[in-house]
Write a protein that binds this ligand. Structure first.
Ligand code: KG4
Ligand code: ZN
Length: 340
């Protein structure tokens, strides 16, 4: 089974062909990603209209290249999966209309994939793990702790009451005059900083529900930055290190609470899994690895290339759904919001 996956929900245009491997994992035959970062950088965030236009300009060629690199033609794929949301609606529409057209012309089944579900299932593509597992899904738009019990069977244990973790990284970067996207910039600056110079809050620490809150931490950091202005590069490094250390403490504490709740909801987890762009953060990965080991669990996070948005995760979610006979038709809607 070869599935073409298309992703256009945010600022990455991506197309990929994936087939199931013999070991339960997926085999990625091609994985083309074109980032629009340069187009949005001047605005310090993603501009929806610019994003939609950029997807239109490159998607057809990107799909052709993904098929080409996989060594196949459209007639040789067994399904066309597309992220039908949640995301910026202009971009989602472009991916969805493209996928519907290809599906109609080539007479291939269409699978409308939830972008978050695709992030959630990536650990099965890369590591072939079984259900159930505890997922920390953290990106620019979402922060959730989820019990993943099966394909389409997800129980949300906690979420953020304000900013997403990636969003907080992006806002802190902007505040400190660093580039966009902020996560990698803040992480790079934090490497040389002193995490203990500033006493930053750890919101939600110790709370019984595994929810997150980031806005108080961001505000505390802004107050320190304003007090010190103009900032030296050592100040910026220390603020980044302090912020990241606070986020790590909060994440570990919230995961601990979620792990405690997990058993009564889904039984014994096979693994602790991180997904979404924030899963690329080395400090968070290291902390979660230690935490998982202490709990006797494997820690699974996608390789960096599959943490951010990509077509392979969409193709893989398409494979998972097709195997269960879950297909969509041409009435599948584009969704700006789509809880999973
Ligand atoms: O999953 P993703 O590529 O797109 C969304 O669906 O949002 O996630 C992008 C987010 C951005 O907010 C970015 O700053 C964050 O992930 N991110 C990071 C790192 N790399 C990307 N956050 C912290 N540390 C990183 N190394
Ligand atoms: Zn994403």
């Amino acid at each position: 089974m070869n599935v073409l996956g298309i992703e256009t929900t945010c600022d990455e245009t991506a197309a990929s062909v994936v087939m199931p491997g013999e070991d339960g994992r997926g085999r990625i035959l091609s994985n083309e990603v074109l980032s629009q970062i340069a187009e949005h950088a001047a605005y310090g965030g993603v501009v929806p209209e610019i994003a939609a236009r950029a997807h239109v300009e490159v998607l057809d060629r990107l799909v052709a290249r993904a098929l080409d690199r996989a060594g196949m033609s459209l007639s040789q794929v067994d399904g066309i999966a597309v992220a039908a949301g949640p995301g910026l609606i202009g971009g989602v529409l472009i991916g969805l209309v493209t996928a519907k057209t290809l599906s109609l012309v080539a007479r291939k089944p269409l699978v409308a994939v939830n972008h978050l579900e695709a992030h959630a299932l990536t650990a099965r593509l890369t590591d072939g793990i079984g259900f159930p597992y505890l997922l920390l899904l953290a990106s620019g738009g979402h922060t959730q702790l989820v019990a993943v019990k099966g394909v389409g069977d997800y129980v949300r244990l906690g979420t953020t009451v304000d900013d997403a973790i990636g969003e907080a990284f992006d806002k802190v970067a902007k505040l400190l005059g660093l580039g966009y996207p902020g996560g990698p910039e803040v992480e790079r600056m934090a490497e040389t900083g002193n995490p203990e110079r500033f006493a930053l809050p750890r919101p939600m620490l110790g709370r019984r529900e595994p929810n997150f809150s980031l806005s108080g931490l961001k505000t505390a950091l802004r107050i320190e930055a304003e007090r010190l202005a103009p900032l030296s590069s050592a100040d910026v490094a220390d603020l980044c290190a302090g912020f990241q250390a606070a986020v790590v403490d909060v994440v570990v504490d919230r995961v601990r609470v979620a792990l405690r709740e997990f058993g009564s909801i889904a039984g014994h987890p096979t693994a602790l899994v991180a997904a979404g762009g924030v899963a690329a953060n080395g400090a968070i990965r290291r902390a979660l690895t230690t935490q998982a080991n202490e709990a006797g669990l494997a820690f699974v996070a996608p390789p960096l290339s599959l943490c951010g948005d990509n077509g392979a995760m969409i193709a893989w979610a398409g494979i998972e759904r097709l195997r269960l006979g879950l297909v969509d038709d041409l009435t599948a809607p584009a969704r700006a919001r789509w809880p999973f």
